[in-house]
Design a protein around this ligand. Structure first.
Ligand code: PLP
Length: 373
């Protein structure tokens, strides 16, 4: 077989976007400018008119959200161990303490009962993550947050285009953070955006992203908070705008690919292999990833190399964060979140991107079945 390599993710930039980027490069203004403003306006409209600001990564977007919420030393923030390490790193970055609650083995998202049980008098915020684009029970999430007076910083990095009861993720809730990193459903090469509650938060976000600066009049400038350098460039925003135009089509295509995956794996796949499919959530998820949890009898690395021999790329998203050295050194241990630890060892991401062909799904499913027998 000499079929070409099938990656697990692949961005597609159309020619109009490439032309737009070239125009920005020739314009004489390549940092934050009119393209950033246009991208933020488009996103704000998409999220029901809520204020939106862009940044140069999803990670700094989360960090700024925590600063806006006033989270700092002495505060506990509850989150899931099954996420990109950025989710917990930003908690450490603002000087707060991450508290990990175990996941639900079916959704692979934070278990809201365990989240609620982890609340202490020092808890100030919660960071739910919508793994693979699947939201948690948003009604329950905000009911818990309201009852305990907690801020919510939604790590919706993977969830643009996802919904809850027909409402877009980001169009409601507290602080909602998205990423436009290269592998996300839409990209700006690197970047992120934060959806906020009001104009005061948006002004604070602008300060945090650019050295705490406020300008006024012809030559007025003051600095009253410690900000950093987190602004998005017009080059990135031009890519983001070009991608944003395809968001609905991308989400539809990904759902169709997910349906094909489920159809081809068939009703007996889990029983006959011991592998676990994702929940068949075709309403709310944007299908950022299609992930299997492998049976214990096969090592993930072996599965990945055998898929690689068949020319198919496999991702692993994600090993449990609390078992990384940085976290072990802070006292987190094996056994803290047993479900997350098992899933984190055995989870794999199959190829999933909008320009994938139906025949690519067929190939991926055949390969998985042959490797798992
Ligand atoms: C991508 C991602 C991030 C970080 O976003 P970057 O843009 O790469 O900084 C954070 N959390 C989750 C769940 C992600 O998938």
């Amino acid at each position: 077989m000499n079929l070409p390599f099938l990656p697990f993710a692949k961005p597609t930039i159309d020619e109009a976007t490439i032309a737009d980027v070239a125009q920005v490069l020739r314009s004489g203004w390549i940092t934050s400018g009119p393209k950033v403003q246009a991208f933020e306006a488009a996103l704000s409209e998409y999220f029901g008119g809520r204020p939106v600001r862009t940044f140069n990564s999803g990670t700094c977007t989360m960090e700024i959200a925590l600063r806006i919420a006033g989270i700092g030393p002495g505060d506990e923030v509850i989150t899931t161990p099954i996420s990109w390490v950025a989710t917990a790193n930003v908690i450490l970055e603002v000087g707060a303490t991450p508290v990990f609650a175990d996941i639900d083995p079916v959704t692979r998202n934070i278990d809201l009962d365990k989240l609620e049980a982890a609340i202490t008098p020092r808890t100030r915020a919660i960071i739910p993550v919508y793994l693979a684009g699947l939201p948690v029970d948003m009604d329950r999430l905000y009911q818990i947050a309201g009852k305990h007076n907690l801020r919510v910083v939604e790590d919706a990095a993977q969830a643009i285009g996802s919904t809850w009861k027909e409402q877009r993720i980001g169009s409601f809730g507290d602080l909602v953070s998205f990423s436009f990193q290269a592998n996300k459903n839409i990209t700006s090469s690197e970047g992120g955006c934060l959806v906020m509650n009001n104009a005061d938060e948006a002004r604070l976000a602008e300060k945090y992203r650019l050295q705490g600066v406020t300008r006024s009049g012809m030559d007025g400038i003051d600095v009253d908070v410690l900000g950093g350098k987190f602004n998005m460039t017009d080059i990135a925003a031009a890519i983001g705008l070009g991608q944003f135009a395809h968001l609905d089509a991308v989400t539809r295509r990904r759902k169709a690919l997910a349906v094909r995956y489920f159809d081809l794996f068939g009703p007996d796949f889990e029983q006959s292999t011991g592998a676990q499919l994702p929940p068949r959530e075709l309403q709310d998820s944007n299908w950022h990833m299609f992930q299997l949890v492998l049976p214990e009898r096969i090592k993930r690395a072996d599965f990945m190399s055998r898929m690689m021999e068949l020319n198919i790329g496999i991702g692993y998203h994600y090993p449990a964060i609390h078992l990384f050295t940085l976290y072990r050194e802070r006292g987190y241990r094996e056994g803290l979140c047993p479900i997350a630890e098992r899933v984190g060892r055995q989870i794999v991401s199959l190829p999933m991107f909008a320009t994938m062909q139906d025949s690519d799904v067929d190939r991926a499913v055949d390969a998985v079945k042959s490797v798992l027998q």
